[in-house]
Design a protein around this ligand. Structure first.
Ligand code: GDG
Length: 493
């Protein structure tokens, strides 16, 4: 087995300054960390990433934070400007909204692209410093799409010949991708990897469509499972690898006495009510306002729901430095206030709203204690919350209402109640349907979903990706021309 080098923008924890030479370590919350952490803990390797603070990295605090990790951690430092222009800027004000089909939210500030390339170069340098021949280099997500290009521009001497990439978020269709000023440069950069992994068939289709339309010198060859693109005398494999969760760990955690007791306490806090769970990072792609409006419509239309359901909406703070996220939070606050103001009685409030993160036991308690999970992103690469909810339903009960635009819908459609998150009326119907669903149907649906989530878990995901990566020929093609090209706009840009 080759050494595994995982490269992602964030490390699985964030350092925070609490005074001179005083640091706190907070576990990072998010899908990528949830998926990769158990894998590296299981098989060891190296994790290259940013510890979440701008400026110099406090080495002692870092050593302390990573002492028992079970894998090596290599930090990458970002200055404040780089954090603003690379992380908040290009990554989260251009790529994130565009790839979630929300082009009106994009800020195509030209300076961001320069910062994006510079920081990707920094990551490439870190890989070169700690990489060895035959390492399996696995780069993650939309922040780092330029890393392979940066490595090849440096004519890497160490034969880092397995350069692979996985995109955790969706890849948009051509009509949307075409808005990106750097569309051709970005595709060219992605085609410097040897293997490109996406969450779903939809994303692979979109990516290949963009390659066909934008890269006139690339050839897409159709294959059954892994597609192949021929580009600059190289073969790039492209496939879909739906990410999974550590099913056994969630199931085991949900079985513990403390979670059982806390779930019981949660239920008795709202006697006679079915509990509906919404759990998301603060993000406009997660469809939280639409969900609240659907809940409000359901309460307006169906008197049997009043006093019979409670929506527990947990919003985990995220990217709060970006102004749009502030406005978005205000919108959620107002909607919650409106619903509670209109429908509350002296003994019942329809929405329990928390703006904070949960510790792991609390997370499992909510999965176990809630009768319905309401997961309605406008678009999502996968959505692990949906899968985690299923894994924690050790009683095989519970209904999952799931957006048809979440990657998870491809795998969970046989058991979930699928909805269009833009259709508030349909989502209100789904709430009533879930509320009235009899035990037999709930159980049959949940068992079907659990089977899939159990079989296609995070270790299956890693194995299938690594297996696809091991097909890459490690010999350097002798005829290949230098890959580095001047990064010049072309007529497509
Ligand atoms: C990206 C893609 C893709 C959430 N709140 C708490 C908490 N979480 C954990 C959940 C889950 C993760 O964060 C969220 O994952 P999602 O998949 O739902 O969403 P993103 O963060 O947007 O993830 C997504 C994913 O990458 C993986 O490829 O599925 O489409 O957008 O694991 O459990 N964990 C704790 N407390 C919380 O309050 N401990």
């Amino acid at each position: 087995m080759n050494r595994l080098i995982v490269v992602s923008n964030r490390l699985p924890f964030a350092l925070d300054s609490t005074g001179e030479d005083l640091w706190t370590v907070t576990p990072a919350v998010g899908g990528l960390v949830s998926a990769i952490e158990p894998v590296l803990r299981d098989r060891g390797g190296t994790w290259i990433g940013w510890p979440g603070i701008a400026g110099e990295i406090p080495q002692e605090a870092l050593a302390e934070a990573t002492r028992n990790a079970g894998y090596k951690v290599v930090p990458v430092a970002l200055s404040e400007i780089e954090r603003d222009e690379f992380y908040y800027g290009y990554s989260n004000e251009v790529i994130w909204p565009l790839f979630h089909d929300l082009q009106n939210f994009c800020n195509f500030e030209p300076a961001y692209w320069q910062a994006y390339k510079e920081v990707n170069n920094r990551y490439a340098d870190a890989i070169i410093r700690c990489g060895q021949a035959d390492d399996f280099v696995w780069v993650h997500d939309y922040h780092l799409m330029y890393v392979a290009q940066a490595l090849r521009e440096r004519a890497v001497s160490k034969n880092l010949s397995r350069l692979t990439f996985f995109l955790h978020i969706p890849f948009p269709p051509y009509d949307i991708f075409a808005k990106l000023p750097q569309q051709q440069r970005l595709l060219r950069a992605l085609l410097q990897f040897d293997l490109l992994g996406f969450q779903t068939r939809r994303d692979v289709r979109n990516f290949l469509q963009c390659v066909r339309r934008v890269m006139s010198d690339a050839n897409v060859l159709s294959r059954s499972e892994l597609q192949v693109v021929r580009f600059e005398h190289r073969k790039i494999r492209v496939g879909h690898f739906p990410i999974g969760i550590d099913f056994d760990a969630f199931e085991k955690g949900a079985t513990s006495d403390s979670v059982e007791q806390r779930a019981q306490r949660l239920r008795v806090t709202f006697p006679g009510c079915q509990l509906i769970l919404g759990l998301d990072r603060l993000d406009y792609s997660k469809g939280i306002p639409e969900r609240l409006r659907a809940f409000r419509a359901a309460l307006e239309r169906d008197p049997e729901l009043r006093g019979g359901v409670v929506l527990i909406q947990i919003v985990v703070p995220s990217r709060v430095q970006i102004p749009r996220y502030h406005e978005f939070k205000d919108r959620i606050d107002r909607l919650v206030g409106d619903i509670n103001g209109r429908f509350s009685t002296s003994t019942w409030s329809p929405v329990q709203y928390h703006f904070r993160s949960l510790d792991r036991d609390d997370l499992l308690t909510h999965y176990r204690g809630c009768d319905i999970a309401f997961v309605t992103p406008l678009k999502d690469g996968m959505n692990l919350v949906a899968k985690e909810y299923c894994a924690c339903r050790i009683d095989n009960d519970g209904v999952l209402i799931l957006s048809q635009f979440a990657g998870a819908a491809e795998q969970l459609k046989s058991g979930a109640v699928l909805v269009n998150p833009y259709d508030v009326e349909q989502m209100a119907d789904a709430i009533l349907k879930a509320f009235r669903m009899n035990h037999r149907e709930r159980s049959a649906r949940m068992k079907r979903m659990k089977r899939g989530v159990h079989n296609e878990n995070v270790f299956w995901w890693v194995d299938s990706f690594l297996r696809a990566g091991s097909q890459i020929s490690t010999a350097h093609p002798r005829q290949a021309p230098p890959v580095a090209r001047p990064d010049r706009p072309t007529r497509f840009d």
